[in-house]
Design a protein around this ligand. Structure first.
Ligand SMILES: [Mg+2]
Length: 417
């Protein structure tokens, strides 16, 4: 048996956890550079804000004046996610994080009433991590996810939906739209609609080979899961990533190569860290830079994709990125965005040794291990190549950023009498 626990309006709930004045108020969190709404509370939805609404327009709408806006604070959200994870680990033996605010629990062999346990878990996360959430229970991950969705839609309900019994599912399926199912994208929903299949009950009743013809093996697995047969077991190895991108819009236009060099180098640093965390190596790289296409600045956009010597070494990747960047750099442009995409990723363990490496692989591995150890212990960018810059005036706008309450001692919440 699985349970899926999913935080309600997670980013907004993190903001509220440390600022009780926000309770009951409409709150929205903005994307990088304070661009558009990426998380909103129910109160924000109720007064008409939609996911993806751009800040510069929404901030002027009279009916949205009560909104409290926040810049995204990933240091805070990441740490709150860890708190939820640890709270859960204290209550059930196995927890599998699925996204920053969703975690699967393995309830196999856990004694007692699962719905009661889920209610206790939910209350504990609320009490310890200060985050409201909902729990869905089911014999497969897809059913647990669906149960969670049902729990969430019932605003005044208990916050727990138990689909462990076949009989209860049979009663619920006819009134659930197929688009509410995990992995059912818009294209799949449209294909099913042509076959007059609009509810989960109708989908589950379709002949299996018809589903396979229509939606390939992925759709067939989803159908089997909805019927209660496990196709996505616990700790199913996630598909290895094929590419990894670090791209950002700048907080203000970048005009000099020195600043562009810093930006590209620091993206390479981030990309290399991510590679090593996933024990991968990149065999190709894409570098791009461009001006803003939505204003009257002269336009320029360029990108280069090229093979690199299989690497997860920060210094090697910086070298590759800067060589490509230097070639496409053009003076006199107001650059708006740049980025690095690492491609052709392979597990480091599967990558054959290079006969004529340009770096000593053992020396590189030792240096990178030291770099990662220092930065893990003392915080990101404690140790960073000088070329990635120190003052970094081009970084993104975050004018409405809340303090990093849980990860920085200078920003801790202070209570005064
Ligand atoms: Mg959520």
């Amino acid at each position: 048996m699985f349970a899926l626990i999913d935080a309600n309006s997670f980013y907004c709930s993190c903001e509220r956890a440390f600022d009780p004045r926000l309770r009951g108020l409409p709150v929205a969190v903005l994307s990088n550079n304070d661009g558009c709404a990426i998380a909103l509370t129910r109160e924000a939805k109720d007064i008409g804000l939609k996911m993806g609404d751009p800040y510069h327009l929404a901030a002027k709408r009279p009916e949205l004046q009560p909104l409290v806006w926040r810049s995204s604070n990933y240091a805070l959200y990441g740490d709150m996610s860890r708190r939820i994870f640890e709270t859960l680990l204290g209550m059930v033996p196995v927890v599998e994080p699925y996204s920053i605010d969703e975690m699967f629990l393995d309830l196999e062999g856990v004694p007692g009433d699962l719905a009661q346990l889920s209610a206790d878990i939910r209350a504990c996360v609320r009490r310890v991590a200060k985050i409201p959430c909902c729990v869905g229970i089911g014999p497969t991950k897809t059913i647990a996810k669906l149960a969670n969705k049902v729990a969430k839609q019932d605003h005044n309900g208990p916050g727990v939906c138990d689909f462990s019994e076949e009989e209860i599912r049979q009663r619920a399926y006819p009134s659930i739209a197929i688009g509410d199912v995990w992995g059912m994208g818009r294209a799949s929903v449209a294909k099913l609609k042509k076959q007059n299949v609009e509810t989960v009950a109708e989908f589950v009743a379709m002949p299996n080979d018809q589903v396979r013809d229509l939606l390939t093996v992925v759709g067939a697995k989803t159908q089997a899961e909805l019927q209660g047969r496990v196709c996505f077991p616990f700790n199913d190895a996630p598909a290895t990533r094929k590419s990894l991108a670090v791209t950002r819009s700048f907080g203000r236009p970048v005009l000099t190569w020195t600043e562009m060099e810093q930006a590209l180098a620091s993206y390479a640093v981030r990309a290399a860290e991510k590679l090593r965390r996933h024990r991968l190596m990149a065999n190709a790289m894409q570098v791009f830079m461009r001006t803003n296409e939505f204003n009257n600045d002269p336009r320029y956009s360029n990108q280069a994709t090229f093979e690199i010597e299989g690497a997860a070494d920060t210094l090697a990747l910086i070298g590759d990125a800067l060589r490509a960047g230097r070639r496409m750099w053009r003076d006199g442009c107001r650059y708006f965005k740049a980025g690095i995409v690492l491609l052709d990723l392979k597990p480091a363990a599967d990558t054959p040794a290079n006969l004529l490496p340009s770096r000593d692989p053992e020396q590189s591995a030792r240096l990178m291990a030291a770099l990662d150890a220092v930065n893990t212990r003392y915080g990101q960018r404690t140790l960073s190549p000088a070329v990635a810059g120190i003052t970094r005036g081009w970084t993104m706008r975050r004018e409405r950023l809340s303090p990093r309450y849980t990860t920085h001692i200078d920003e801790i919440l202070v209570v005064t009498a």
